[in-house]
Structures are given as C-alpha cells and as structure tokens.
Design a protein around this ligand. Structure first.
Ligand code: FPP
Length: 221
C-alpha cells in the first residue's frame, strides 16, 4: 500500500494522515473485491522492516490498525468478509492481538471473500519459520522427502491459494520482501497511483490488465 506518506506530504500533512486515508482505500477495494466475487484480497499493511520506522509512526500505525479493525467489524459482517492477519504476531502487543483474535473469530463463518492483512510479515521470515516448523515436526527422513507442495503447508499462507495478481502502487517496482515463495507465478501490475488514490476505478484497471495476460506457467500453448 505504498504512497501514503507521499500523499500526505503533498498536502502538507503528517504521514499518518496518509495511512488513515489508506484505510479508506482498503475499504473501497474490499467492497469492489466482494462485488467482483474475488475470493482473496491481501494487503501488505506492515512489514518486518517497518518496525525500523520512527516510534511515533509505528505507534500511529498500530493504533490505526486497531481502530480500523474495531470500526470496520460491521462492514466485514455486512459484506460477508472473513478477516485474517498473517505475519509474526509474537511482535504485536497483547491488545492488538486480542483485537485481531476477536475480529477473526466474529468473521469466521458465512463468508465469500477473505481479506488478509499482512502485519509484521516478511517473505524471508515466512520461509525460515516454515523450515523451522517442518524440521521440528518431521523426522529427518520425512524432512528429506519433502515435496514443494508439502512445504506450502508450513508457510503462514497454508491452505490459501497463491496470488494471481500482485498490485504495487506509487511507482515502486520491486517486491520488498513480500510473498517471495507464493508469488512464483503471480502476475504483477505496477501503477504510479498512490495508495490513498487507489480506489474502485484503479482496481478495475488492474483487473482489466490482468485479464489480458497470457498465463503459461513456463509451458508452451
Ligand atoms: C506504505 O506507505 C504503507 C504502510 C507502511 C502502512 C499501510 C497500512 C494501513 C493503511 C493500515 C491498514 C489497516 C487496516 C485494518 C485496513 P508508505 O508509508 O511507505 O508511503 P510512502 O511510500 O509515500 O513513504
């Protein structure tokens, strides 16, 4: 969700205003995903690297996420959206973890779309924690026999399909330690639009571009 800071700066506002406006884009995109019957929508809200931002911004982001989760509960229920948070939750405070648990529990039934918030997440961390989990669970022999699909089960995204489309806003053209394993065959869409301006129309453009792609998965047609 890049560009929140720049969006705010361009208006002479503090970066945190950009994040608040970014939450509005999450809501708009979530509603559009529901409308389009998209089963999974993931947003990268906070990376492991984001912990290195100034304390005031980290605190403001945590506060914003907590408030948004409480405020949007009704929106999720109304739209039949299941809410999930994936990432290194051990680094999050007890109160935010409690808020996440409550929201995950109250939205776990009767859903069409799943909204995943990646928080305190990094792709390399995910691969490492998966490897450690597999090593702890499996015998030496089974660990050696592990297939690619077996490894998927240890990632935090276990049971969730790999993304078809990854949208990167604000003109950045890199993966920034996001879903490294899971994006092996994902289609990428880059736009200069800043995240707070990325609403329904921009999402529709990304879906149109995706519809033109020819996905061959390394094969010949
Ligand atoms: C990147 O923009 C954005 C973030 C690090 C935070 C995004 C998180 C939210 C909008 C909260 C969403 C929460 C819920 C519950 C829906 P940036 O700060 O890197 O902006 P810049 O690239 O312009 O500096």
């Amino acid at each position: 969700m890049d560009g929140n800071g720049r969006w705010a700066k361009a208006r002479g506002l503090d970066r945190t205003y950009g994040h608040a406006e970014g939450v509005e884009s999450v809501r708009a995109c979530m509603e559009f995903a529901v409308e389009k019957g998209i089963e999974y929508l993931s947003v990268y809200a906070f990376s492991e690297e984001n912990w290195n931002r100034p304390a005031y911004e980290v605190n403001a982001l945590m506060e914003l996420m907590m408030k948004a989760m409480i405020k949007e509960t009704e929106t999720f229920l109304k739209n039949h959206v299941r809410f999930l948070v994936l990432g290194n939750r051990a680094r999050l405070s007890e109160s935010i973890n409690r808020t996440i648990d409550d929201l995950e529990r109250s939205t776990s039934q009767d859903y069409g779309t799943t909204l995943i918030l990646f928080v305190s997440y990094s792709g390399k961390w995910d691969i490492l924690q998966a490897m450690k989990k597999a090593a702890a669970e499996l015998s030496r022999e089974d660990f050696q026999k592990m297939e690619l699909s077996d490894f998927d089960r240890y990632l935090v995204t276990a049971g969730i399909p790999d993304p078809d489309l990854l949208i990167r806003t604000s003109g950045e053209i890199r993966i920034s330690n996001y879903l490294l394993w899971q994006t092996a065959y994902t289609e990428f869409y880059f736009t200069d639009v800043l995240w707070p301006d990325f609403r329904k129309e921009e999402f529709a453009k990304a879906l149109e571009a995706y519809a033109q792609r020819d996905r061959r998965y390394g094969k010949v047609k």
